[in-house]
Design a protein around this ligand. Sequence first.
Ligand SMILES: Cc1cc2nc3c(=O)[nH]c(=O)nc-3n(C[C@H](O)[C@H](O)[C@H](O)COP(=O)(O)O)c2cc1C
Length: 220
Amino acid sequence: MDAIECIKTRISIRKFKPDRVPEDILIKVIDTAKWSPSYKNSQPWEAIILSGRKKEELSIYLVSLLENGEKPSPDIEEPRSWPEENERRISALLRKRSEITGRDLNDPDVRKKAKIANFNFYGAPHGIFLFQDSSLTPWSIFDIGIFAQSLMLAAHALGLGTVPQAFLTDYAKQVKEFLGIPESKRLVIGISIGYPDMASPVNSYRTERVPTSEIVKMME
Ligand SMILES: Cc1cc2nc3c(=O)[nH]c(=O)nc-3n(C[C@H](O)[C@H](O)[C@H](O)COP(=O)(O)O)c2cc1C
């Protein structure tokens, strides 16, 4: 598959087959992503690939924090409000998801179940946590975002599915402690990775994009 096809056919996968991905393939994904550009080639990214029993234990821990009413405290603040055009796109996504799943995403019970599915890595056999030093500026968050996209594209090219999950950073302090990541690091994102279960309806939905003319102006 060429780069354009790879970018255009990647989708977020929310149901995975349980089969583990061989370690050399997982390493290949990171090995590819590390060729991403970064500010002054600072390469401000570190990763932990979590699998097996420890991944399951983390899922149980995260669900227990949620059940106990622990307040989310991510290292990167959740957006409190959105500019109007972004809000419109978010509403369109939520409307479409409600239509497909038949569930009202404003219902607190449905939202809780969605969070639990996130904490269970949507059934993926591996979760990748990306982090960097907390003293780094937004440029480095920009860089690790590029790294994350490269990682997801490399995975897609290798027949794997991924989904980036801010929810996996809800309990950043606890996740870092659990994974032995120093407190001085910023937990940026969790990414579930595995073989996609394409027979599942949750993976059949392709999100939309606004017309290109809405986001670009030609100027000379
Ligand atoms: C920074 C970031 C955080 C996200 N957090 C979540 C999340 O917590 N749970 C989830 O299911 N999807 C999450 N997503 C996936 C988005 O919902 C998804 O990328 C978007 O709807 C576009 O769909 P696509 O990835 O299929 O093209 C996140 C995406 C990004 C880039």
